[in-house]
Design a protein around this ligand. Structure first.
Ligand code: NDP
Length: 279
């Protein structure tokens, strides 16, 4: 799939973060633009911590139509947004800015992207009891979105209990802090900690898992984490972290362009890039 030449009328989108050079977002979005024939191009912009306000003002002056926001700038993006979606408002964090008539509209597509990914895999969270391991930024977005998707109960299991308590508040009465012993009673177990990222560490002892459960990992490097491998060996159905990455990007793509996102092409681009990096 090749894109048309970049010309004076090409529309620019970008991801802003630090570090950002490892980001898969450029390959995912550029494949989506190519696949849909849109004359857009997407680049990665390294923006040092503490300098994002100036970067956002510059992006607005330059007319950059869409920005993806990653660590550590999601709080500042929330602050600069002139308007915010309800999910972004509740989260206090923005991962997507859309420039509309010179004003930034802030969105948070992480949590809904996760819910899209589990539905796509065949798991409907409505009425289900779900364990979320972790209480950082990713876990918070997942908890908030699972509550909106009408999970019956979201159990938040985290090393730091005070952080778990703050995250559970986002569950709008459907979430509470829990211990790892309660994970066995859940229909879906989600690893939203950073354990397993670039390692074969496990965020919990797999002996608490049951074969009827679904297990999702937000970590996608490696794609098959030690947790997913152990869960699969037990007979659980598993969902990898690339799904969330692709579906949150898909929502951003549609917000900016008004066009349905080519999900399979976007996931294919991410997998090709991961394979290329593995050499
Ligand atoms: P944060 O740093 O905000 O949170 C990290 C979480 O992991 C905290 O709950 C922390 O617990 C827990 N944790 C870390 N190390 C340990 C440990 N040794 N033992 C127990 N708990 C630990 O990270 P994020 O929330 O931003 O990201 C979490 C993961 O999700 C990352 O791997 C990231 O790559 C992935 N991610 C994937 C996305 C996707 O699209 N698939 C999107 C966003 C993130 P504590 O609170 O006690 O410190």
């Amino acid at each position: 799939m090749t894109r048309s030449p970049i010309t004076a009328s090409t529309t620019l989108a970008a991801v802003v973060g630090s570090p950002v050079r490892h980001s898969l977002s450029p390959v995912i979005h550029n494949r989506a633009f190519a696949e849909t024939g849109l004359d857009w191009v997407y680049v990665a912009l390294e923006v040092a911590p503490g300098t994002s306000r100036a970067a956002f003002e510059g992006a607005r002056a330059l007319g950059i139509a869409g920005l993806s926001i990653t660590t550590p700038h999601k709080d500042d993006a929330w602050e600069v947004a002139h308007e915010r979606s309800p999910a972004a408002e509740r989260m206090g964090a923005v991962n997507c800015l859309h420039l509309v008539n010179g004003r930034f509209v802030g969105h948070n597509t992480d949590g809904d992207g996760f819910v899209d990914s589990i539905r796509h895999a065949g798991f409907d969270p409505s009425g289900c009891r779900i364990a979320v391991l972790g209480a950082g930024g990713a876990a918070r977005s997942v908890i908030e979105a699972l509550a909106r998707a009408e999970a019956s109960e979201v159990l938040v299991v985290n090393r730091s209990v005070d952080r778990a308590e703050r995250a559970a508040v986002l569950g709008d009465g459907r979430a509470r802090v829990a211990s790892v012993a309660e994970v066995s009673s859940c229909e879906l177990v989600v690893n939203a900690t950073s354990i397993g990222l670039g390692s074969n560490e496990l965020p919990l002892d797999p002996s608490v898992l049951r074969p009827t459960q679904w297990v999702a990992d937000l970590v996608y490097h490696p794609l098959e984490t030690a947790l997913l491998g152990a869960a699969r060996a037990l007979g659980c159905r598993v969902i990898d972290g690339l799904g969330m990455l692709v579906f949150q990007a898909a929502r951003q793509f549609t917000i900016w362009t008004g066009t349905a996102a080519p999900i399979e092409a976007m996931r294919g681009a991410a997998i090709e890039e991961l394979e290329r990096r593995r050499g």
